[in-house]
Design a protein around this ligand. Structure first.
Ligand code: NAP
Ligand code: GDD
Length: 348
């Protein structure tokens, strides 16, 4: 039987890596699009990117979401059954510093892929990586597919635009185009400047005396955190549905950043005490001689002009229609992230 062909924009990212491995296991031929960087960083794909290009079921091409011609040519050459658009300037805080770029890549980037599919008259299916961040200052608790969007960052606005463009092309041109509305999902492969990886990495290093302090921003924001491995399965299931549609993917549980820190500390057997309020909150350790040492403080640098304070998803539609549910608990995920950081430290 001929292999199914998938094309992934954003293949070098956290989800791109998990999705590639997931699709290879399902016997797909996987093509990834990688943008040019000054250093070649494909570390998240090392396990699958080692074989000779021609013989491998995983191949990469250079392209960029800012460049329509590269997108058009790659899609034309590969003629995929499924396209996953995971590429984005995905950091919410940074989107306040580079709003034009964020709009160009996240909003127009999705439009460029959809235009190429339309212009090439392809029958392929399209997945757009939407975000719970689109709910912003939430208008309903928990959030589901019917909850109105209320975005509060350039990142969120760009994702709302891509979301509606995907629906527009589905309805106007009958393209099988679907949106995932994914809540936060993490893993050992998470970017180092997202809060979960930053916390786990720092606390492992503090435990080993390789770092003195961890500086954070808003400790009171609450997120609904799942594992990337579970969430890429949902991305695939969304494209296997009979009809295109939009799906919330979440765990339905939420924790604050402070609670996340507490769970990591518990697993690492770091005994901290919290003190103070707001930006003056600190966490300290007591030494054997009774002296206190502050290991966590807040720093203005990590606060956003406008933060999303509370997100919690209702994924009943995905549970019912896609038979999807999260399998990896927050505690299991944190353990995996801790083990990964310890392994990294031991390599040095
Ligand atoms: P990520 O690790 O930041 O990966 C983003 C990917 O996009 C990387 O491969 C990156 O390439 C690529 N990219 C950035 N700019 C590009 C450009 N101009 N042209 C082509 N590729 C470009 O993000 P992730 O966590 O895997 O998330 C995947 C997608 O889901 C993103 O769209 C994100 O916004 C969305 N999302 C994520 C979450 C989450 O919690 N993880 C939740 C909801 C939605 P480089 O490696 O070269 O940087
Ligand atoms: N990054 C970061 N760094 N966030 C911090 C810090 C810090 O030092 N201190 C506190 N936070 C708070 C942020 O203010 C935010 O409320 C929360 O931790 C989570 O921040 P991130 O991990 O950066 O994730 P995010 O929720 O802003 O965005 C992620 O999830 C979205 C889905 O809701 C990204 O993956 C987005 O691409 C994704 O769409």
């Amino acid at each position: 039987m001929k292999k199914k062909v998938a094309l992934i924009f954003g293949v070098t990212g956290q989800d791109g890596s998990y999705l590639s491995k997931f699709l290879l296991k399902k016997n797909y031929l996987v093509f990834g699009v990688k943008r040019r960087n000054s250093s070649v960083v494909t570390s998240r794909l090392d396990e699958i990117y080692l074989e000779p290009h021609e013989a491998s079921n995983f191949k990469m091409y250079y392209g960029d979401l800012s460049d329509y011609s590269s997108i058009y040519e790659i899609i034309k050459k590969i003629n995929p059954h499924e396209i996953y658009n995971l590429a984005a300037q995905s950091h919410v805080a940074i989107s306040f510093q580079i709003p034009n770029y964020t709009m160009d890549i996240n909003a127009l980037g999705a439009t460029r892929i959809l235009e190429a599919i339309k212009n090439l008259k392809l029958k392929c299916k399209f997945y757009q990586a939407g975000s719970s961040e689109m709910f912003g200052d939430v208008l309903e608790v928990p959030q589901n597919e019917k909850t109105p969007f209320n975005p509060v960052s350039p990142y969120a606005v760009s994702k709302v635009s891509a979301h509606w463009t995907t629906i527009c092309y589905r309805e106007a041109y009958k393209i099988f185009a679907s949106n995932g509305i994914l809540f936060n999902h993490e893993s050992p492969l998470r970017g180092e400047n997202f809060v979960t990886r930053k916390i786990v990495r720092a606390l492992v290093r503090i435990k080993r005396n390789k770092q003195k302090k961890l500086y954070l921003g808003n400790l009171y924001a609450k997120r609904d955190w799942g594992h990337a491995q579970d969430y890429v399965e949902a991305q695939w299931l969304i494209l296997q549905a009979k009809k295109p549609g939009d799906y919330v993917i979440s765990t339905g549980k939420q924790y604050s950043i402070k609670q996340f820190v507490n769970i990591v500390c518990k697993q690492l057997k770091i005994n901290i005490t919290w003190k103070g309020k707001g930006i003056k909150t600190v966490a300290y350790l007591k030494n054997n001689n009774g002296k206190k040492r502050i290991i966590i403080s807040c720093d203005k640098r990590y606060f956003r002009p406008h933060d999303v304070n509370s997100l919690i998803g209702d994924c009943n539609k995905a549970r019912k229609e896609l038979k999807w549910k999260p399998k990896i608990s927050l505690n299991m995920m944190i353990k995996e992230m801790i083990d990964f950081e310890i392994k990294n430290l031991n390599k040095i």
